[in-house]
Write a protein that binds this ligand. Sequence first.
Ligand code: NAP
Length: 294
Amino acid sequence: MTAKIIDGNAVARHVRGEWKKRVEALKVRGITPGLSVIIIGNNPASRVYVRNKVKACAEVGLHSEVHEFPVDAGEQVILERIEELNRNPAIHGILVQLPMPPHLEARRLLGAISIDKDVDGFHLYNVGGLVVGENNIFPPCTPYGVQCLLEYENIPIEGQNVVVVGASNIVGKPMALMLMAKDATVSICHIKTRDLAQFTILADILIVAAGCPRLITAPMVKRGAAVIDVGINRLADGTLAGDVDFDGVKEKASFITPVPGGVGPMTVTMLICNTVAAAERNAAKQGERVAVTS
Ligand code: NAP
């Protein structure tokens, strides 16, 4: 068996095309969805991610702006900017690019973002909503992108054994919750998991987000599994690799995502979706307010 290689760039293009129509519908009503990205410091990878977000916004017709702070910026000045953006009616989505410099308390800054504009989905309200299966939350973009890829490829989720390798707050844990909500049987593995292969071999859907190049090899994968590689690792020779041994595993899996060109383009795409959804919800709320007062 040779796996179908899931083309994340093609799926992302398709999804962006669909959401562009929703942006156009909002524009007819005089609303341009707006995203503010806060970046603190000079992390080169963060700068690339922010640039990609701005580019994707322009492509789909969103307004975007970048708020830059020096690496030693104090918490208060950033909190004040978040408050301003919370009040700004032209801005529907706000995110703080991670990682933050260590002197800043990420939980406090993320918690200051209005829950209606938390398009990265990291505010505890949105995290809690994911736990209890609330529909009206913003799902975190990377796991949301993985879910979208699975659905686009018609890979069944309900009743399937899903194994998520990696238990971070931004990828592994929300991923597990999202697929539990779709009635999968989910196991989460992490650095302390004994005999990782004993779990991965059972997976109908294997999602790997460990940040460990070629952690998953063919003998660890069930024949016919769908394998989603979230990992992005820069190797010593400068090339990028995922967490999965792509060449070996593709001979055994039914579906596989490449790195780059798999999950990566979906993460930015889902950020766009969340921002447009935020603008739509805001417009609906304004409409309700007008209806009540008239
Ligand atoms: P993270 O915060 O470092 O979390 C990694 C998780 O994997 C942790 O739960 C860690 O366990 C676990 N882990 C590490 N080594 C392991 C091993 N050998 N066996 C089993 N579990 C192991 O990383 P992250 O932010 O979730 O990101 C994970 C990877 O995805 C990175 O390569 C990152 O660059 C990539 N990523 C890609 C995208 C995208 O858009 N494609 C977006 C976000 C992240 P412990 O916590 O117990 O140490």
